[in-house]
Structure formats: C-alpha cells, structure tokens
Ligand binder design. Structure first.
Ligand code: FNR
Length: 363
C-alpha cells in the first residue's frame, strides 16, 4: 500500500510539473537594477552557514521518495546527482522503512551513492524519538527533517485525521534526535506564528515549504475515487509570502515550494532564506532526461546563481539580503494585511551599504 502511494506521488507530481511551469508569486519579487553594482566573478562564493551547519552551496534537493523498487532507483540517481554537484539532499518520508524494514535499501542508497555529502533523513510528525534515530542512523544523516502536512493528510484517502499530538512529538524529536532538526511544510507554507512555535519546541530551522510548485492537495485529490476535494487546490501561502511573513523569525528559515530557476533561488535568498530547495522540477528532469541531465541542470543552476550574485554585487548568498527588492501585486496586499512594510526592501542597499561607493554611504 505505501509502495503504491510512493509510485503514485512520483507519477502525479511529474504530471503536474508538465502542466505547471507557469506563473507563481516569485514573479511578484524583482531586484532593483543598479548598473554599477557588479563584482568580479572570482570574488563570489556560494557557501552558506546556519544553525551550526555549513553547506557548500545554498541549493538543496528536497525530500521526495523511497519505499518502492522504482523510487529506490530514483533515490540512487538523486544520490549520484547530489554527489556530483555537492548539493545537499533529503530523503523522502521514511515511514515505509518503519513499517517494512526490507525496503531500507531504497533509502540508504542515497547515502551509499553520496558517502561524503550532506544528507537529511525525513520522518513525519507522528514518529517516535526511537524511529527518528533509526532514520538518522540508516542514512548516517547530518540533519533530520520532520514534515508537517495537515492538508495533504486530509485529502489523502488513507491519510491521518489526528494532528493534535504533533506539537509535543516534534518537541521530543527535536530534543532526542541527536542531529539538528528542521521542520518543513510540503507546499502549503509555514506562517510566522508556526515558525515561532517551532523555535520554542527546539527546532533549529524551518523550511517554509510554500505554495507555487508541487501541490499535494491536487496530487492526493487525484488519488481519490471521487476527486471531491478539488476545491482545496491552491491552499496556503506562497513561498515568497512565507519568506516575507518570517522576516523576524527567531530561527533560520529555508525556502522551498515552486522554485523554478536560479533567479527564484536568488529571490528567496534575498528575502532571507539560508538555503533554497526544490523537488518537483528536479524529479521531472530526472524522469524525462536521466541522471546526466540532472547533474548538468544542477551545475547550471549553481553557475547561474553565482552569475546573478556577480551582477547584484553579492559576494556571498547571504549578501543578497542587502539587495534592493520590489514587491508587487498580491504579495504586497498580503504584506499590508499582515503588517509587513514592503518599502524598506526597495532601499536596503542604501541602508546597509552594498557597494557604499555607489551610494555615497562610504564607511
Ligand atoms: C514530495 N515532498 C515530500 N516532502 C516530505 O517532507 N516528505 C516526503 O516524503 C515527500 N514526498 C514527495 C514526493 C514527491 C514525488 C514530490 C515531488 C515531493 C514534498 C517536497 O519536499 C516539497 O516540499 C514540495 O514538493 C514542494 O516543492 P517543489 O516540488 O514545488 O519544488
């Protein structure tokens, strides 16, 4: 049953990518162009540090799969792509492994192919501390993701209907996992209230996992006989909205959900993300064109992100938070209603001194 679900998710998510690829709220965020802000490419670096972790690049392959023969092959290829590019990678939910230890290899292959890379294990918020530790051990994981997905579970025909225990369980796992714990949404977004609560629970970073890409309300509705939850498609906050909402977050935030290209990565970093993840779009490349094409695509993304940093005058990914941003349309309305002033984003370089010689703000 679980193996079938994992195969369904891969098929329906890949179909959605085919139909998708269009507009999302990252399009409502643009950089103010400063013609003389450019650096030399050799001055630009890619490493990021947050929550006592250091990543060589600010991009990661977010949680997807494992638990069936087919998804084991996908994890093998994702592990190879991560190894070849240095991109951190998360496994899919490991509940299938807890139910059937025989499928361990469909997850551990991620680590076998990628012995020295940064690997995250992934469990649901019902996991016990002992299960969380088993997941981390199997992958020799450097960190643990806990996914929270009330909307997906609700639409999933065989999904959970009880969520009240998640908060105390997350707190227990955060204390007992033995590695840093990151909580992630799966495409409906974490509000700033949720991020604040996660910080109180001892979670080290929050992956905002917003709307705009893979939509699990739609995927699970496609698995329902009657398709009677179609109206929940599009639920939640976009990733760009979540980033704006979480400006004063007490823990580092990661961004994922609807990241389509290197400019979206730069936008998310500029809105304060410590790292940026994508799933569906990379899955689609792998399924359509194979692992060599995925390696080439990841390499291109990293190269073009560095090129964008060079144009914007951002020596490090974190320096992108000093670049001027314009926030328009529905995203601006969202900010107004949530009490977030968007105007300072358009004047940050003046205030924070990117290329002070350009602004007369030299120190
Ligand atoms: C996912 N995602 C996911 N997340 C998670 O925490 N555990 C999981 O097991 C899975 N499974 C899964 C399967 C497939 C096929 C896809 C495409 C995605 C969700 C994923 O990590 C991410 O949050 C969303 O897909 C949104 O990002 P994208 O796809 O818009 O980049």
């Amino acid at each position: 049953m679980i193996a079938q679900r994992k195969d369904d998710h891969v098929r329906l998510a890949a179909e959605q990518q085919q139909q998708h690829g269009g507009h999302n709220e990252f399009d409502l965020v643009s950089f103010v162009h400063h013609a003389l802000a450019g650096l030399d490419r050799t001055e630009v670096s890619s490493a990021v540090a947050f929550a006592d972790l250091t990543w060589p690049v600010p991009l990661y392959i977010n949680a997807m799969t494992g638990g069936s023969e087919r998804t084991g092959r996908i994890n093998r290829d994702l592990g190879i792509a991560a190894r070849e590019t240095g991109v951190p990678i998360a496994s899919g939910s490991m509940s299938a492994y807890f139910k059937d230890p025989d499928c361990a290899g469909t997850f551990s292959v991620l680590r076998e192919e990628n012995p020295d890379g940064f690997v995250l294990a992934n469990v649901n918020a019902n996991a016990s501390v002992e299960q969380a530790r088993r997941a981390v051990d199997l992958l020799r994981a450097d960190a643990l993701q806990i996914h929270v997905n009330t909307v997906q579970e609700t639409v999933m025909p065989e999904g959970d209907r009880s969520f009240a225990a998640w908060v105390p369980r997350i707190e227990k796992i955060a204390a007992g996992a033995g590695v840093p714990v990151i909580v992630k949404e799966v495409g409906f977004g974490l509000s700033r209230e949720s991020v604040r609560l996660l910080a109180e629970l001892g979670v080290r970073a929050a992956d905002l996992g917003g709307r705009g890409g893979t939509d699990f309300a739609r995927i699970e509705n496609g698995r329902r006989e009657l398709g009677d939850y179609a109206y929940l498609t599009g639920w939640g906050q976009s990733t760009a909205a979540c980033l704006l909402d979480a400006q004063d977050a007490p823990i580092p935030v990661l961004a994922s959900g609807g990241v389509r290209n290197p400019l979206d990565v730069a936008r998310a970093l500029a809105l304060g993300a410590s790292g940026v993840g994508a799933s569906g779009t990379f899955l689609r490349t792998l399924l359509d064109e194979g692992v060599t094409a995925l390696v080439a695509r990841l390499t291109t993304w990293l190269d073009q992100l560095a090129a964008i940093q060079t144009v914007l005058g951002a020596r490090t990914p974190a320096d992108l938070t000093r670049c001027d941003l314009l926030i328009r349309g529905g995203l601006r309305d969202f900010c107004a209603d949530r009490g977030i002033d968007t105007r300072p984003f358009a004047r940050r370089s003046n205030l924070r001194g990117v290329r002070p010689e350009m602004t007369g703000n030299s120190r």
